[in-house]
Design a protein around this ligand. Structure first.
Ligand SMILES: [Zn+2]
Ligand SMILES: [Zn+2]
Length: 64
């Protein structure tokens, strides 16, 4: 899977624990998405991007 090595603001993800991003996982019917949260800013990246036909966004809406 393709993974970014820096956030949208240019903060590198490589290096020690201080810069290693927090990773989360959103399961979905299409296999799931890797969620990468930058430690130095509120930037969040989702790989692969959530599409219109994906149900991963439902997790944020609290749907069931
Ligand atoms: Zn950042
Ligand atoms: Zn999905």
């Amino acid at each position: 899977m393709r993974q970014p090595n820096e956030c949208h603001n240019g903060h590198g993800y490589a290096g020690g624990s201080a810069t290693t991003p927090m990773r989360d996982w959103w399961p979905c019917r299409r296999g799931g998405h890797l969620v990468i949260r930058c430690r130095m800013c509120p930037d969040v990246q989702v790989e692969p991007p959530v599409g219109a036909d994906c149900d991963a966004h439902d997790h944020r809406a609290g749907g069931g």
